[in-house]
Write a protein that binds this ligand. Structure first.
Ligand SMILES: C[S@@+](CC[C@H](N)C(=O)[O-])C[C@H]1O[C@@H](n2cnc3c(N)ncnc32)[C@H](O)[C@@H]1O
Length: 262
């Protein structure tokens, strides 16, 4: 029997060649206006505990089934709920424009890339200028039409040079959703993510065009202030944002630095 999340492909709305449903620009914008998604938490599916399933797995399943962003991602053809975070950030700051060249660091499974492909017109299927999307991740990523994807550890020696060679020029947007697997120790996770962020920022300083944008995920915890100081020296504006799609019980937030000064 089909569950609420088991939509067959033909039950999906029409999709463009990037695999994203056609009305994404409109739906994302209207979603940001009409509903954060949090307001829709009246679904409330209860999952019974089962022999052989840990309580934490039961809770995870229940959270997934009751998460409106998980459902929307499925219906709108995104690879994960993370897509809505970049949609909401871009709705607020408008950094993904047709013709832009985007680098997406830590892109698996590919939700941010799908959003970027559509918004920068990387497939050239809209009348505006055609942009490009380059994604890298530790893990292999299923192909996304319009995105150039590479498997790479961004922290290994010489990684930034490899990414620059694939990029073959400058970028308008560098975004990083990189996060190391959780160690279970909050401060260790925090320091690791700050290190990933700083590496992403150094890369952005090398490749961004003047006026460009840097977006990165950080975890609240204190050490991110040095990153803020660094970014404020190079960008006109640096904002700390928690988009509605970011779970309220998570310490993640995003820095959005706009107006790269070079
Ligand atoms: C939260 S996920 C990104 C989700 C993605 N934005 C999306 O929309 O599908 C974080 C990703 O960062 C990647 N990552 C962590 N450390 C990395 C590293 N050193 N180099 C490259 N990718 C890394 C992980 O493999 C993981 O896929």
């Amino acid at each position: 029997m089909k569950g609420p999340l088991d939509l067959s492909p033909d039950e999906h709305p029409s999709q463009n060649s990037a695999g994203v449903s056609q009305p994404i620009l409109e739906t994302a914008r209207s979603m940001a206006k009409k509903s954060s998604g949090r307001g829709q938490r009246d679904l409330k599916v209860k999952v019974k505990s089962a022999r052989g399933r840990k309580l934490s797995s039961t809770r995870w399943l229940e959270r997934q089934l009751n998460d409106p962003y998980v459902r929307r991602a499925k219906v709108e053809g995104y690879r994960g709920r993370a897509a809505f975070k970049i949609l909401e950030l871009d709705d607020k700051y408008g950094f993904l424009k047709p013709g832009d060249r985007v680098v997406d660091l830590g892109c698996a499974p590919g939700g941010w890339c799908q959003v970027a492909v559509a918004r920068v017109n990387a497939l050239g299927d809209n009348s505006g200028q055609q942009g490009s999307v380059l994604g890298i991740d530790l893990q292999a990523v299923e192909p996304i039409p319009g995105a150039d994807l590479h498997q790479l550890d961004f922290m290994e020696d010489g990684a930034d040079e490899k990414v620059k060679a694939w990029l073959g020029g400058t970028a308008d947007v560098v975004m990083s959703d990189m996060a190391a697997a959780s160690s279970g120790h909050k401060q260790t996770d925090h320091l690791r993510i700050v290190a990933l962020c700083e590496a992403a920022a150094e890369f952005a300083f090398d490749v961004l065009e003047p006026g460009g944008t840097f977006v990165a995920k950080v975890l609240a915890g204190g050490a991110e202030t040095s990153l803020q100081t660094l970014l404020k020296q190079r960008f006109d504006k640096v904002a700390n944002v928690k988009p509605p799609a970011s779970r309220s019980n998570s310490s993640e937030k995003f820095v959005v630095a706009t107006g790269f000064r070079g």
